[in-house]
Design a protein around this ligand. Structure first.
Ligand SMILES: Nc1ncnc2c1ncn2[C@@H]1O[C@H](COP(=O)(O)OP(=O)(O)OP(=O)(O)O)[C@@H](O)[C@H]1O
Ligand SMILES: [Mg+2]
Length: 593
């Protein structure tokens, strides 16, 4: 309904890769071997203790009471009490060791996912919307947490409890135990029917829940737009509709659950009736002791509980595999643009940059966005790129920073193809002011240092001085707090900040993509004057619509429909009387010439 990001990211046709997912889960468990081993010890001990209670009860009834020995009776009751206390203690130890182990695994997994995601390239982020990625990191890891801390251990306990209970009961009375076994098929049938009906409902509920979250995120983000266009009521009505659907689905799911538990609850009286009826007759015949009869009654829940929890376990395991599979898919994803095995480290740009017959499209079946683009930019010179909206200017900068790779042609720095150059060294050598500016929540100073506290303040002050913006920053305190997405700054202020941010690292080369489009003429004049000085010393690529910004560039490329249509200096292009001169006349009128 609101695009692909708002379902729970599960493609129903997608096959779960059980092998890979199992590998991931196994790796996670092995990473905390000791924690799980310790938990297993506590589990064994606490389960053994719960199973001991009915046996002590049998002993009291069959041995201590008939012997009329008060001392023995009191000792047995004492043992019963101690048994319960110890059970509590072991259970506590079990829970705590599981929580600790589970939390450690999850923290490690989240760290691994984030580190991995940071290494992935932009095509990956185009495919995975932010909402879905946060869901992967948050809700899928918590599903796994549940698997590790709850399910796995309960399954072991259930298997253990069932096997031991069955064995003990069978040991004391095979006949009665086999009679009780007649109830198993009913329990299994009930829970299977319940599970097949409820799973679909619960998946629907989860989907609707994430749809609501997605809807809220989307609409809160666009709140100003909604209010400006008076669309609040429409949004509220849409949300109401999804909410109601979720309510109804959830009600049917819960109703099914209640019916199931009511029928399961009936199992217990039925089996007690079997024990008292059949077992009672055996007791009358003298083949069964009263103690054993009581022991059977005390054991009965321990026998059936694991059986009806079986289907629940299966569904949790399925969910965990789905979650694990989705996490695994992100973790196994390799960036399309990765360093070659022996990357060339770029220390500085000595000769310059060359684009040689570069062709680029964003999707294999999409249109060409750049067609046969070639240019050279010698060190210390500047290049301006102008052209119509959507012409391909930002794409040129995307390729230079290896955010994407061209399909044909090559991009060379000092004669080395950038595909051979280490990504980090490339990006360290070139500074970038992007068209879409992102600022982090924090102070202006922190943002100017890209949230890197190891950068000294003096570098920032130097950068401000180089661009001549001291007056601007006297008006805008460096300690001003920026809120999320820089929402408490004007568009021009953000541009000034991102410009200074790029200048702070004082790199060899600078790429400015529409760096001054929102800045007032006075501030822009200050910046342009500084740019004029910089253009003389730095290697620069400047993308701009305002032609006043680029007049002084060494060479101007006019890019239109992905092709370089004109190139030359400002004066040469004006004299030529082509597209550039028409652009220029539009902006400044005929008189400007
Ligand atoms: N990530 C992307 N995926 C698919 N297509 C894209 C992507 N980015 C840009 N495009 C398309 O590529 C073409 C060139 O885009 P580009 O951003 O390079 O234009 P531009 O010259 O920088 O425009 P503007 O002056 O508006 O900034 C456009 O048609 C655009 O729709
Ligand atoms: Mg652009």
């Amino acid at each position: 309904m609101h695009g692909p990001g708002n379902d729970d990211g599960q493609d129903p046709k997608e096959k779960i890769n059980y092998r890979a997912t199992f590998g991931l889960l196994k790796g996670l468990i092995l990473s905390e071997k000791r924690g799980f081993a310790l938990a297993s010890v506590w589990l064994l001990l606490s389960t053994a203790l719960t199973l001991l209670t009915p046996i002590i009860a049998k002993y009291i009834i069959d041995t201590a009471i008939p012997a009329r020995r008060t001392g023995l009776l009191l000792a047995s009751v004492g043992a019963l009490f101690l048994n319960s206390l110890l059970f509590l203690a072991f259970n506590y130890a079990l829970r705590m060791s599981l929580v600790k182990t589970g939390q450690r695994i999850m923290a490690g997994l989240k760290k691994r996912m984030l580190a991995h995601m940071l290494s992935l390239d932009l095509p990956f982020y185009a495919e995975y919307p932010v909402g879905r990625l946060t869901a992967r990191v948050q809700s899928d890891t918590s599903t796994l947490y549940e698997l590790f801390t709850e399910t796995t251990i309960t399954i072991f306990r259930d298997i253990l409890m069932f096997a031991v209970t069955f064995a003990v009961m069978f040991w004391f009375s095979p006949k009665l135990t086999l009679m009780l076994s007649a109830v198993f098929p009913v329990v299994i049938a009930l829970s299977t029917v319940f599970l097949s009906r409820s799973t679909a409902l619960f998946i629907a509920v989860r989907k609707l829940a994430s749809e609501i979250t997605g809807f809220l995120t989307e609409h809160v983000n666009a709140i100003a737009l909604l209010q400006a266009f008076n669309r609040e009521e429409m949004a509220a009505a849409k949300l109401e509709a999804v909410n109601r659907k979720k309510f109804e689905t959830e009600m049917s799911a819960e109703m099914l659950m209640v019916i199931f538990f009511m029928s399961i609850v009936m199992i217990s009286p039925v089996s007690i009736a079997i024990i008292l009826g059949a077992g009672g007759r055996m007791a009358l015949a003298g083949t069964l002791s009263i103690g054993t009869l009581v022991m059977f009654i005390l054991y009965i829940d321990k026998l059936f509980e694991p059986v009806f929890r079986l289907s629940e376990h299966i569904s949790i395991i399925q969910r965990a595999f789905t979650a694990g599979h989705r996490i695994q898919r992100i973790l196994e994803r390799r960036p399309a643009i990765a360093d070659p095995p022996r990357p060339h480290f770029l220390r500085s740009i000595k000769e310059g940059i060359e684009f040689r017959n570069v062709w680029m499209r964003y999707a294999d079946d999409g249109p060409w966005v750049l067609r046969d683009v070639s240019f050279t930019l010698p060190r210390g010179k500047s290049l301006a790129i102008v052209g119509e909206t959507g012409g391909g200017k930002t794409t040129v900068t995307n390729l230079l920073f290896k955010f994407y790779a061209p399909q044909k042609g090559s991009i060379l720095i000092d004669g080395t193809d950038i595909s051979e150059i280490s990504l980090s060294s490339l990006r360290r050598a070139i500074g970038l002011v992007q068209q879409d500016i992102y600022l982090f929540p924090g102070t202006i100073m922190q943002n100017l240092k890209l949230m890197d506290d190891s950068i000294p303040d003096s570098l920032v002050h130097d950068a401000i001085k180089t661009i001549g913006l001291e007056a601007f920053f006297r008006r805008h305190s460096l300690s001003k707090q920026i809120v999320e997405k820089g929402a408490n700054l004007s568009a021009g202020e953000k541009q000034v900040i991102s410009l200074v941010r790029a200048m702070t690292l004082n790199q060899d080369m600078l790429v400015l993509d529409e760096a001054t489009s929102h800045i007032d003429p006075y501030t822009e004049r200050t910046i342009n004057a500084a740019m004029g000085r910089l253009l003389a010393q730095k290697t620069m690529i400047v993308v701009a619509h305002r032609l006043s910004t680029i007049r002084n560039a060494g060479e101007i490329l006019l890019v239109s429909e992905g092709e370089v249509k004109e190139r030359g200096t400002h004066d040469a292009l004006l004299a030529k009387g082509g597209i550039y001169s028409r652009f220029y006349k539009l902006q400044f009128g005929e008189d400007a010439l």
